[in-house]
Write a protein that binds this ligand. Structure first.
Ligand SMILES: Nc1nc2c(ncn2[C@@H]2O[C@H](COP(=O)(O)OP(=O)(O)OP(=O)(O)O)[C@@H](O)[C@H]2O)c(=O)[nH]1
Ligand SMILES: [Mg+2]
Length: 451
C-alpha cells in the first residue's frame, strides 16, 4: 500500500508564505532531490555533508544565477519526510523565490500538492496521522492553550493512547479467535470474565478520549458566544469592553445594532468567538425584523449565551429562547446606575460597561460554565478532533455490542469477534494504521499455533 521511495517523485514547493520578506524557503523531497539540486547548484549538493549549511548560487536552465543563499541537505531516512531532501533559504522576494522554485522544477522536480511533505512523513512512518494533524493544528493555533494541545498531539500522546488501546484489543481478539479456531483447546472458564474486563477497559479509554471532544472543538474553532438581550441594555458596549476597543456602534437609541457583528477574543487561553446581535423586541421596521431573525439563528447555533439585561430597570419576564444546548449566563449591566430590587434574587454576573466592573467575575463564570480549566492542560492532555470523534464513536458502538455478546457466556464468540475487529479498525483509523497483518502476528506468537 505504501509507495516505495523508488516509486516516488521528487517534489518541490515554496515553504515560506508568499509575500515579500527577509528570507524565503524552498523545499524538496524525494529520491532525486540531491541530483536535482546538483543541476541547479553546479554540483554543490552531493558534495555537502547532511546536517550542514552551505552558501551557494542557484542557476536556471539558461545558466543565469537567479539567487544565492544557504543550502541544507538531508539524506534518507534522517529527514522530516524520511526521504532525501533539500532546503534552500534565499532572498525573500516573490519573483526571486518563484524563479528559484522554477529552477528546481525545470531540473526535474514536480510541484508538491497540499500537505504532501507531511503526507510523505506519514507514509514513511515518521509521523502517525494524529501527529500529521497536530502539525496543522500547531500552524492554525490562535491561543496558547490551542498551541499546547497541538504540541501534545504532535508529540504523539493521542496516537500512543489509541495505539495502546488498540494493542490491548488485539490481544483480546487473539484470545477469542484462538478459541473459535481451536475449540477443543479448552480455555479456562475465567477467560470469559477476563476477556470482558479487557474489552471494558478499552471501552473506558475510548469514553475518556471522547469526553475531550468539546474541548478539542473549542480550542480549534473557538466558543461560539452570542450576546443577546433587549434593546439598549448594553450588548454592544459589552462586546467593546471584552474586545478592548470600540468595535460596535453604541448609542442610547434602542435598535442601534441591526446586523450581527463577530470578533474573537482570548479569555485566559480560551478562544471566544463573540457575536453581538440586534436587541430582541417587536421590530420597528423590516431591517430590524431581519436583524432579530438573525439573532434567533445565532442563538440556535451558540455554545455559550451571554444574556444582557439592564440592572437599573425592573426585571422583565424571562426571554423565550429557541431550543439550545448552549450554556447561559445572565449579565446584569449598568450596575453603576443602581440595581432595581426586582433583580435581588437573580443569579447573575453584576457588570458595568461604563465603570468597567465585573470583568473578572464574568471571566470566571464563563470558564466555570464551560468547565474549562487551564490547569487541566498538562503536557499530555489530548483534545480530539471530529475525525477522531467519529472513529471513537464507531469503536464505542462495536465495543458495547461485543461486551453484550460476551456477557452471554460466550454463546456467540464469532459475532463478538466481528465487533471487536470493527472496533479495532475504527481505533486503527485514528493513528492511520489499519492493518490485519499484526493481528495474525499476535495470534502466532502468543498461542503457538504449530503445536
Ligand atoms: N450607565 C451605563 N450606561 C451604559 C452601560 N453600558 C451601556 N450603557 C449605555 O447604554 C446605551 C445602549 O448601549 P448599547 O451598547 O448600544 O446597547 P445595545 O444593547 O447594543 O443596544 P441595541 O443595539 O440597540 O440593541 C448606550 O447609551 C450606552 O452608553 C453601563 O454599564 N452603564
Ligand atoms: Mg447594539
Amino acid at each position: 500500500m505504501h509507495p516505495t521511495q523508488e516509486a516516488r517523485t521528487t517534489i518541490a514547493a515554496i515553504a515560506s508564505p508568499m509575500g515579500t520578506g527577509a528570507i524565503s524557503l524552498i523545499r524538496l523531497s524525494g529520491p532525486d532531490s540531491i541530483p536535482i539540486a546538483d543541476r541547479v547548484t553546479r554540483g554543490k549538493a552531493s558534495a555537502q555533508l547532511p546536517g550542514t549549511l552551505r552558501h551557494c548560487k542557484v542557476y536556471n536552465l539558461d545558466g543565469h544565477a537567479v539567487d544565492d543563499g544557504l543550502l541544507s541537505v538531508f539524506r534518507a531516512p534522517r529527514s522530516f519526510t524520511g526521504e532525501d531532501g533539500i532546503e534552500f533559504t534565499g532572498h525573500g522576494g516573490m519573483l526571486v523565490t518563484k524563479s528559484v522554485l522554477d529552477a528546481f522544477l525545470s531540473a526535474g522536480a514536480v510541484s508538491a500538492g497540499p500537505g504532501e511533505f507531511t503526507q510523505r512523513a506519514f507514509l514513511s512512518g515518521k509521523l502517525d496521522l494524529t501527529q500529521a494533524e497536530g502539525v496543522m493544528d500547531l500552524i492554525s493555533a490562535q491561543t496558547q492553550l490551542a498551541l499546547r494541545a497541538a504540541r501534545s498531539q504532535l508529540e504523539g500522546h493521542l496516537g500512543r493512547r489509541t495505539t495502546e488501546a488498540r494493542d490491548q484489543l488485539l490481544e483480546s481478539l487473539a484470545h477469542l479467535e484462538a478459541w473459535i479456531d481451536f475449540p477443543e483447546e479448552d480455555i479456562d472458564p475465567q477467560t470469559g470474565a477476563l476477556l470482558r474486563s479487557h474489552v471494558a477497559a478499552v471501552l473506558s479509554t475510548v469514553n475518556s478520549l471522547l469526553a475531550t471532544a468539546d474541548q478539542g472543538r473549542v480550542l480549534r474553532e473557538g466558543v461560539r458566544t452570542v450576546i443577546f438581550g433587549e434593546p439598549n441594555v448594553g450588548k454592544s458596549s459589552l462586546l467593546n469592553r471584552l474586545l478592548g476597543f470600540e468595535r460596535a456602534i453604541v448609542s442610547d437609541v434602542a435598535g442601534t445594532t441591526r446586523d450581527t457583528i463577530e470578533e474573537t477574543i482570548n479569555l485566559h487561553g480560551l478562544p471566544l468567538r463573540l457575536v453581538d446581535t440586534a436587541g430582541v423586541r417587536e421590530a420597528g421596521d423590516r431591517i430590524e425584523a431581519e436583524g432579530i431573525q438573525r439573532t434567533v439563528r445565532q442563538i440556535e447555533h451558540a455554545d455559550l449565551l451571554l444574556e444582557v439585561a439592564d440592572a437599573s430597570q425592573p426585571r422583565p419576564p424571562a426571554a423565550v429562547l429557541p431550543a439550545t444546548r448552549a450554556h447561559r449566563i445572565l449579565i446584569l449591566n449598568k450596575t453603576d446606575l443602581g440595581e432595581h430590587p426586582s433583580w435581588s434574587t437573580a443569579e447573575a454576573v453584576r457588570f458595568s460597561c461604563l465603570a468597567g466592573d465585573g470583568f473578572e467575575s464574568l471571566s470566571e463564570a464563563i470558564r466555570t460554565a464551560l468547565q474549562f480549566n487551564e490547569m487541566d492542560w498538562g503536557e499530555q492532555a489530548v483534545a480530539i478532533n471530529s475525525r477522531h470523534q467519529a472513529s471513537l464513536q464507531n469503536a464505542r458502538t462495536h465495543l458495547t455490542a461485543a461486551l453484550e455478546l460476551l456477557e452471554d457466556s460466550l454463546a456467540d464468540p464469532e459475532l463478538a469477534a466481528i465487533d471487536l475487529r470493527e472496533a479495532l479498525d475504527a481505533l486503527g483509523e485514528i493513528p492511520g494504521r489499519v492493518d490485519t497483518e499484526d493481528l495474525l502476528d499476535v495470534i502466532f506468537s502468543r498461542f503457538c499455533i504449530g503445536k
